[in-house]
Design a protein around this ligand. Structure first.
Ligand code: NAD
Length: 284
């Protein structure tokens, strides 16, 4: 039976550390100030935005949610981002995705000030991530590295296979795993034979959104298995990995819920704090 990578526990430990850092910033009059823009009424987005607001407030971070109607134009969202960029009191800005179809997300991302880009999705910060010179990291990918670090898992030379090539999970995680000297492959919806790749992997990351896509026969004995997927099936949350069967073969595995999810939120808060500290240093 594989050992559990307990994201909930690690997130709590990280949260305590972060709380002290925020207290210090507050005492210096440099309270992190984080703004979330949510466009439309996507139910999952509303839950995520509420979770971020709650976590931020608990840590002592000032959080403002801008809830915009679904029919808000791209120009209006860009005008809001520009206003937040220009406000020296605001240290972090993000747009909750997905945005409605009439809005070009690339245009929004290109408008966010990279120094306030808590999601690490601006073109400048994406580039910095790939050249290994970044000051902010995408939350989910960063949370996965935090989890592996906590359990002292050395990634050097490991064969890592990521299933899913999204800009928010798969691709940035590849950059961070490369930084830790893993050899990385990214698989996707057009990959011909997933199992052929995953069977040889020392570490398999599933970030697809397809319940139980990764089955025991696709994973080698002793692998590290990270399940990013969140799927609602019969009112339950399940991952992209068939946990019951795969955990019998894996050396380490994340549960869903309680694995990557809690660390993603904590890791986002860490980015908010990192940018607030840079902001402070810039002024100092
Ligand atoms: P996405 O829809 O943007 O990307 C999905 C990726 O999966 C695509 O790159 C696609 O090519 C690939 N894919 C689709 N079908 C496939 C198949 N049959 N075989 C191989 N690859 C396939 O999704 P995303 O935003 O990256 O999210 C992926 C999953 O992770 C979702 O379930 C999402 O809810 C979850 N998620 C969880 C967290 C967390 O904190 N735990 C954070 C972000 C996303």
């Amino acid at each position: 039976m594989g050992k559990i990578l307990d994201g909930k526990k690690v997130a709590q430990i990280k949260s305590e550390e972060l709380k002290h850092t925020v207290e210090k910033l507050v005492s210096e009059g440099k309270t992190p100030h984080f703004c979330v823009i949510n466009i439309g009424a996507d139910p999952a987005s509303k839950v995520y935005v509420a979770t971020k607001a709650r976590r931020a407030k608990k840590l002592g971070i000032i959080e403002e949610t801008y809830q915009l109607p679904a029919e808000t134009t791209e120009a209006e969202v860009i005008a809001l981002i520009e206003k937040l960029n220009a406000d020296p009191e605001i240290t972090g800005v993000m747009v909750q995705l997905p945005a409605p179809d009439h809005i070009d997300v690339d245009h929004l991302m290109a408008t966010i000030d990279p120094e306030k880009d808590v999601d690490c999705l601006t073109p400048a910060n994406t580039g910095r991530l790939w050249i290994g010179n970044h000051f902010v990291e995408p939350a989910t990918a960063s949370g996965i590295i935090t989890l592996l670090d906590y359990y002292d898992i050395d990634l050097t030379g490991l064969n890592a296979v990521i299933v899913g090539r999204s800009n928010i999970v798969g691709k940035p995680l590849a950059a961070l795993l490369l930084e830790r000297n893993a050899s990385v492959s990214i698989l996707h919806s057009r990959t011909k034979n997933l199992a052929e790749h995953t069977k040889n992997a020392d570490i398999v990351v599933a970030a697809v959104g397809h319940p139980k896509l990764i089955t025991a026969d696709m994973v080698k004995e002793g692998a590290i298995v990270i399940d990013v997927g969140i799927n609602r099936v019969d009112k339950h949350l399940i991952g992209d990995v068939d946990f019951d069967e795969v955990s019998k073969k894996a050396a380490w595995i994340t549960p869903v819920p309680g694995g990557v999810g809690p660390l993603t939120v904590e890791s986002l808060m860490e980015q908010v704090v990192k940018l607030a500290m840079r902001h402070k240093n810039d002024r100092g």
